[in-house]
Design a protein around this ligand. Structure first.
Ligand SMILES: [Zn+2]
Length: 349
């Protein structure tokens, strides 16, 4: 027999348990910036980030990630401890986030993918946005061979994308239901993202090169979408508030790689960052939150002290430090951020 409302009751009980159970939180940001088109909602506006820091000071105890990890290892109380983390290594972490963190004296860890450090290119997901979702004219048809399958897409009238259409559609995000895509440009972006995402980095890069050639655009990086350079990683690490952590070399889905390739991604990103900052790199974050038990064992083996996932949960005392949960933060204003935080820590908003 099915009792109506039992699922709802269970969810409410889980929410209450989360709110009142002791534990800390690790927040996951990517960028502190304001850009007109942000399909994956990676940006938190600087003014919103400043509001988040105010809320954290009022309702939690912001701590360095390594302090939280130490508390887990020592089985100490984590109550209301919050560690801030950033993934990928965008340059705005240095220019927009660090000054605000310093102003509020709040620590953070920045996980850097080292493959982007010396390249004058955007991440492949940003590059795809620049090629397909910015105004301009593209050839009508795109033909690609991916994993032995041949695909052909026809952009039709959307081969020409006007400034006006761009302005109307630039708030489009990946979460929009597919059937509500405002033009074939967004649909092609979605399809290509899904097809390219599972590929190994070399194959994906080859296809991105083909898409660039097809589009007639130049390669290179927009200043708004730039990644940190080695000098900027060094600058980010200066002072006592920011910890630099590793996030692999090429930002792959680690579970799809052989053990040897996973080991290279973990070890090489650690070594490269240690060369730059001239001290040990202890923290790691799995790109896309993707890992297996083998990956976690490798992270321990190469000498990391902890590794972060993207499983949204509280950090409790009995947690495995190589499966640390994190909550993705969106571009909420201070009020909404406080409301979201109050789902995990009990306080009146
Ligand atoms: Zn990432």
């Amino acid at each position: 027999m099915k009792i109506r409302g039992i699922g709802r009751l269970r969810r409410a009980a889980a929410r209450l348990k989360n709110r009142f159970a002791p534990g800390g939180l690790i927040l996951l940001y990517h960028r502190v910036a304001e850009v007109p088109s942000d399909p994956f909602e990676l940006c938190v506006k600087p003014r919103h980030f400043a509001e988040h820091l105010e809320v954290l000071k009022k309702h939690s105890y912001p701590v360095p990630l390594q302090q939280l990890v130490q508390a887990v290892q020592d089985r100490k109380s984590l109550n209301r401890s919050v560690a801030i983390t950033f993934d990928d290594g965008y340059a705005d972490n240095l220019y927009n986030a660090k000054p605000l963190l310093e102003q509020h004296n709040i620590p953070a860890t920045v996980f850097v993918s080292t493959g982007y450090l010396e390249h004058e290119r955007e991440s492949w997901w940003d590059e795809l946005e620049r090629l397909l979702l910015q105004p301009g004219t593209l050839p009508k048809t795109l033909c690609l061979s991916i994993n032995g399958n041949t695909y052909e897409w026809d952009l039709g009238e959307a081969a020409y994308y006007s400034e006006d259409a761009y302005q109307r559609h630039c708030t489009w995000t990946w979460c929009t239901p597919k059937e509500a895509d405002p033009s074939p440009r967004q649909s092609l972006y979605r399809t290509l993202y899904q097809l390219l995402r599972p590929l190994v980095p070399n194959e994906r890069q080859k296809l991105m090169d083909q898409i660039i050639t097809w589009s007639g655009a130049e390669s290179g990086s927009r200043s708004t979408h730039r990644f940190l350079s080695p000098e900027e990683v060094y600058a980010l690490d200066q002072g006592s508030l920011i910890e630099v952590g590793a996030h692999t070399v090429s930002h792959p889905f680690l579970s799809t790689l052989s053990v040897a390739k996973q080991q290279y991604e973990l070890q090489h990103s650690k070594t490269r960052l240690e060369e730059i900052i001239e001290r040990p790199v202890n923290s790691f974050a799995y790109p896309h939150g993707d890992y297996t038990a083998e990956t976690a064992a490798l992270a321990r083996e190469v000498g990391f002290v902890c590794a972060c996932s993207t499983i949204p949960s509280k950090v409790r005392r009995n947690i495995d430090c190589f499966e640390l949960p994190r909550l993705v933060v969106q571009d909420w204003d201070g009020e909404e951020f406080a409301r979201q935080l109050s789902r995990w820590f009990y306080f009146q908003t």
